[in-house]
Design a protein around this ligand. Structure first.
Ligand code: B12
Ligand code: SF4
Length: 510
């Protein structure tokens, strides 16, 4: 079978002006097993090439695949682009089978299939095993969507005018049993991060034992599982030696869940002494827990840690079940600084009803933490999260899904109009990054590598800031008569398991 994987031409300011374009790991993860099963697979990265829909359609016509597959990491905001692309492909090549996967289509499979004839099949949940079985079924029992697919768990499709959801597929027990299709990358120079050369994304683990109310990632992966630390380190070494990769983003929700496994990975990387640097998302509580391991973090190459502090108000942290406190956030920032690791503080606005004083307090607190960079985001009420259900009655000022990307306001605020909230967020970013103490520390930095990083990020943060202001002025509009989230008719999934159950499960799995 000929399978064309398309990374959709979804463009973001954060990739184009910020960190840089990243490899589409999700597509590579389904592509590797398909190639191993003998299929002819190609990746068309329409995002990093900024391809037009017309160019994509032409490429599909020229290459004549049996199946086109698409999906994107920024799943919700990329959805409108995916649909526009699939419609254009179907119109031009009606015989091609279209398969769509990722987080958003997983949770909205029935609605998407009911509304979009351009989507033939949806893969629900993690994609490797389901895709391999699906392509096998299509090859052996006819390249058409029909009852022969009923036996493939994890699928959704239309049959006889109805949407069929096959059984849920259990999570893959052995992550090392599935290979990433690295050879599908056509040009490694297309992918870079933080100005540090060629970059790749890898996953050490999937899932998360925590239950922050606004996040649905733990539900998507179902169980926390991890790869063998030494095998992952081997793969990173191979990426460095074969493809000149110098920067790795860990795509994990929570790589530090089990300290001994995380430590083994750090030791493996430290022992290899590779000129490879890492970006990882790590909770403040785990940084504090690992205070005696932070030199090992450094030796392993951890350079950037994104820490979701989310709010500088302990009451909000409690409400969203973050499981950390402002004291721990403060402590974690200081520990990272002492060990020469850059911290990026993920701060989310919109959990409660905010006003000007909330922003003044947030600035004071964030400056006190003394993190290196600030990533200010807007809360996004995904329907499959407890927060999404909790705020059903709140009004949505941004009905355009392509802006549900954490960089645009979605929920209305009582005391701040959208333009006021935007100004407050931009003010917060500006005041944080231009704080005199921060600027002085940057100028005083002696280490040339760290100095270069400081200036690179400063420059790119400024570009993102300016681009977002222009975008707001020229291309952003808000609903004139906002309806509530419930009125937007979002389907509701079953509630997730409790945090305590999941933590026990993670330990048992490991
Ligand atoms: C690394 C990362 C980034 C990186 C790299 C993104 C990239 N190009 O890969 C950067 C920093 C650039 C980034 C940016 C953004 N990100 Co991001 N990012 C992540 C992160 C940490 C990991 C993503 C990942 O690679 N996961 C591992 C892969 C293997 O998982 P996967 O893509 O879901 O794929 C699996 C399945 O979904 C399925 N699948 C996926 N696609 C397809 C397609 C088919 C056909 C099939 C069959 C199956 C299938 O199979 C795969 C293997 O099992 C996640 C959080 C997390 N820990 O998951 C957030 C996350 C994906 N990001 C998110 C968002 C919103 C964004 C941004 C839009 C933010 C912004 N405003 O800029 C941008 C998008 C820009 C862009 N161009 O990508 C959200 C998406 C929320 C949602 N559900 O819609 C997430 C989930 C964060 C969160 N906690 O909410 N991101
Ligand atoms: S720690 Fe919270 S926000 Fe982060 S992945 Fe886990 S549940 Fe989501």
């Amino acid at each position: 079978m000929k399978v064309l994987l398309i990374n959709p031409p979804y463009q973001t300011i954060t990739s184009n002006f910020g960190v840089g374009h990243q490899i589409p790991l999700g597509l590579l993860m389904i592509g590797g097993p398909l190639r191993d099963a003998g299929h002819v697979v190609r990746l068309l990265d329409a995002e990093c090439r900024r391809s037009s829909l017309r160019a994509i359609v032409r490429e599909v016509r020229r290459w004549e695949p049996d199946v086109v597959m698409t999906g994107h990491a920024g799943s919700t905001p990329a959805h409108p682009t995916c649909i526009r692309m699939l419609r254009a492909i179907k119109e031009d090549s009606p015989g091609v089978i279209t398969v769509y996967g990722g987080v958003y289509p997983t949770y909205h499979a029935d609605r998407i299939l009911a509304q979009e004839p351009a989507v033939d099949l949806i893969v629900r949940g993690e994609g490797e095993a389901t895709t391999a079985d699906l392509i096998h079924a299509l090859q052996s029992r006819g390249i058409a969507v029909g009852p022969h697919l009923e036996q493939v768990p994890g699928l959704a499709y239309r049959a006889g005018g109805e949407v069929v959801l096959t059984d849920a597929r259990p999570p893959i027990p052995d992550l090392d049993g599935w290979r990433v299709g690295w050879e599908l990358i056509e040009n490694w120079d297309d992918y870079g991060c933080f100005g540090l050369g060629r970059a790749a994304i890898v996953q050490f683990s999937r899932g998360c034992p925590h239950r922050c109310t606004y996040c649905g990632q733990h539900g998507f992966w179902v169980k926390w599982r991890h790869r063998d630390p030494a095998r992952l380190a081997d793969e990173i070494e191979w990426l460095h030696r074969t493809h000149g990769v110098h920067f790795i983003t860990l795509a994990d929700e929570n790589p530090t869940t089990l300290q001994d496994k995380w430590r083994s990975f750090l030791e493996e990387m430290g022992a290899r002494k590779l000129p490879v640097r890492f970006f990882a998302t790590i909770r403040a509580t785990d940084i504090v827990r690992d205070r005696d391991l932070l030199s090992l973090y450094r030796e392993a190459g951890i350079l950037y840690v994104l820490m979701g502090v989310e709010s500088t108000d302990d009451e909000v942290l409690r409400q969203i079940q973050k499981g950390s406190t402002t004291r721990e956030d403060f402590r974690a920032c200081r520990l990272l600084k002492e060990h020469g690791i850059f911290s990026i503080l993920g701060h989310i606005v919109g959990f409660g009803q905010e006003d000007r004083s909330t922003f003044r307090t947030a600035l004071r607190q964030l400056r006190l933490y003394d993190g290196d960079h600030l990533n200010a985001m807007y809360v996004t009420p995904h329907a499959w999260t407890p927060f999404g259900r909790e705020v059903e009655g709140r009004r949505v000022v941004q009905p355009d899904l392509s802006k549900w990307d954490y960089r645009h306001q979605v929920l209305a605020q009582r005391s701040l109009r959208p333009w006021q909230l935007f100004l407050a967020v931009k003010w917060l970013e500006l005041r944080f990054h231009l704080g005199p103490a921060r600027l002085l520390a940057m100028l005083r930095e002696r280490d040339p590598g760290r100095r270069h990083q400081h200036f690179w990020v400063f420059r790119h943060s400024a570009l993102v800031w300016l681009a977002e202001v222009f975008e707001f002025l020229l291309r952003t509009s808000f609903a004139r008569t906002p309806v509530t989230l419930a009125e937007m008719e979002t389907p509701r999934p079953p509630p997730p398991t409790s945090g305590a159950d999941a933590t026990r499960e993670a330990r048992a799995n490991a």
